[in-house]
Design a protein around this ligand. Structure first.
Ligand SMILES: CC(=O)N[C@H]1[C@@H](OP(=O)(O)OP(=O)(O)OC[C@H]2O[C@@H](n3ccc(=O)[nH]c3=O)[C@H](O)[C@@H]2O)O[C@H](CO)[C@@H](O)[C@@H]1O
Ligand SMILES: C=C(OP(=O)(O)O)C(=O)O
Length: 430
């Protein structure tokens, strides 16, 4: 199994191109199931999760083509890809494929809307909590679907004539359930209103893609989405938005090591709450025409308290990275994780660097230290893994990060991007 070796202590200086967002690319790819015409996506990141979803979509009969791939050329990150679901040949999404990745479950929405039936294995994904699918089932039932759980599969059938528009009030904000119901409602008969919808920029990216495909959606970017069902969607060409989590991760890495990095193509408005917090830690952020500049001179890192929340709040997907930063702050910071009940698996690993962190339920207390020391660590989920890389970049001496396949799920060209900015980082094969 590949590992990453780092020698910490170097500042980061230079430019990092921000890749297309994993969490937007995946639902956009799934949206291709809604139409028998091609959907062209630009700026799709080269990631293990994208590859895995390609396998799932191909199993349903989607033809996939990659144009203009230029491996290794980081100035041209991302790929232009066509997804053509002329015929859906299979409405089952099997366990072997779906169990590896949470977002693959979301195919249930388009399959049900277009084919009136779907059989989808219960999902996998990062092990950060129980991650039930009750909100999806609640929403799909409201659209008239009959749902059974059989042998680990959700078996869903639309009423005769297809799904029917409904008024859905989610009791809790869910990104995945919002994506799924939004896609399903585009082909339902009549009007669907989704209240307490997630407002993440990735939802907006998907909603705008659906509109480009002929869907009728209003309230995009707000808590209430209204969808007038149409008979058919057509092809479109859509850009994947830049990855706000990758942006925040590199911003925190630069805050940790010191230095001056331009995050090219970043969209600051997609992570304003995290940027506000970073500013409070003592980092200078400047919005430039080409992206976001992050600068920290020799000043210390100020401790700041955060609480994770749905967008526009502080993203849970940046909590581990922020915790890594706080391990070297000049005081005590409190972090409250409110989205996932088991997203502190990096705490024990950060302790191997000498970090002083205690956890009590949702609350983590981080007592900052002037210096971390390199260590052998093991990543347990995607963002936890990258928090260990960040800690290793600033720690004294050698760090080995094991089990890095998690990183390949969500960070395109991580080692290249960091080493171009002066980090001593390499992948050890085997
Ligand atoms: C591929 C992708 O985009 N993944 C993101 C997505 O995950 P995902 O879509 O899985 O996250 P959700 O927003 O659905 O989860 C939020 C909370 O709702 C709960 N819940 C969700 C669905 C449900 O049916 N019942 C239920 O109780 C979850 O367990 C969790 O506690 O949003 C999360 C929250 O921003 C991010 O951390 C993930 O990176
Ligand atoms: C939790 C994540 O992914 P997933 O929902 O696919 O597990 C993530 O992107 O941080």
């Amino acid at each position: 199994m590949d590992r990453i070796r780092l020698i910490g202590g170097n500042e980061l200086n230079g430019e990092i191109p921000i890749s297309g967002a994993k969490n937007a690319a995946l639902p956009l790819m799934i949206a291709s199931l809604l139409s028998d015409e091609p959907l062209v996506l630009q700026n799709v990141p080269r990631l293990a999760d994208v590859k895995q979803l390609e396998r799932i979509l191909e199993n349903h009969g989607v033809d996939i083509a990659v144009h203009g791939r230029r491996r290794g050329e980081l100035d041209v990150v991302g790929q232009r890809m066509t997804f053509h679901a002329a015929d859906i040949v299979d409405t089952t999404a099997p366990y072997e494929l779906v169990s590896k990745m949470r977002a693959s479950f979301w195919v249930i929405g388009p399959l049900l809307a277009r084919c009136h039936e779907a059989r989808v294995s219960l999902p996998g994904g990062c092990a950060i909590g129980t991650r039930p699918v009750d909100l999806f089932l609640f929403g799909l039932k409201a659209l008239g679907a009959e749902i059974d759980i059989d042998d680990g599969y959700v078996v869903a059938k639309a009423p005769k004539g297809g799904l029917v528009g409904a008024h859905i009030v989610f009791p809790k904000v869910s990104v995945g359930a919002t994506h799924t119901l939004l896609m399903a409602a585009t082909l339902a008969r009549g009007t669907t209103i989704i209240e307490n919808a997630a407002q993440e920029p990735e939802i907006t990216n998907v909603a705008e893609c659906l509109v480009a495909m002929g869907a009728k959606i209003s309230g995009i970017g707000t808590r209430t989405l209204t969808i007038e069902g149409v008979d058919k969607l057509h092809g479109a060409t859509v850009d994947v938005i830049p990855d706000r989590i990758e942006t925040g991760t590199f911003a925190m890495a630069t805050a940790m090591t010191g230095g001056n990095v331009l995050l090219k193509g970043a969209r600051p408005e997609h992570l304003q709450s995290a940027l506000d917090i970073l500013t409070q830690t003592g980092v200078e952020l400047t919005v430039e025409p080409e992206g976001l500049r992050v600068y920290r001179n020799g000043n210390g890192i100020q401790p700041v308290n955060i609480e994770t929340d749905p967008f526009p709040g502080f993203p849970t997907d940046l909590q581990a990275q922020f915790m890594a930063l706080m391990t070297m702050s000049s005081g005590t910071s409190h972090i409250r994780e409110t989205i996932f009940e088991n997203r502190y698996m990096h705490v024990a690993e950060l302790a191997r660097f000498g970090a002083d962190i205690t956890v009590d339920g949702q609350l983590a207390t981080v007592h900052g230290k002037p210096q971390l020391k390199g260590a052998q660590v093991m990543a347990t989920d995607l963002r936890a893994s990258v928090s260990l890389v960040i800690a290793g970049l600033a720690a004294k001496g050698e760090t080995i990060v094991n089990r890095i396949y998690h990183l390949d799920r969500g960070f395109e060209g991580l080692e290249e991007k960091l080493s171009r900015c002066g980090a001593e980082i390499e992948r050890l094969a085997g």
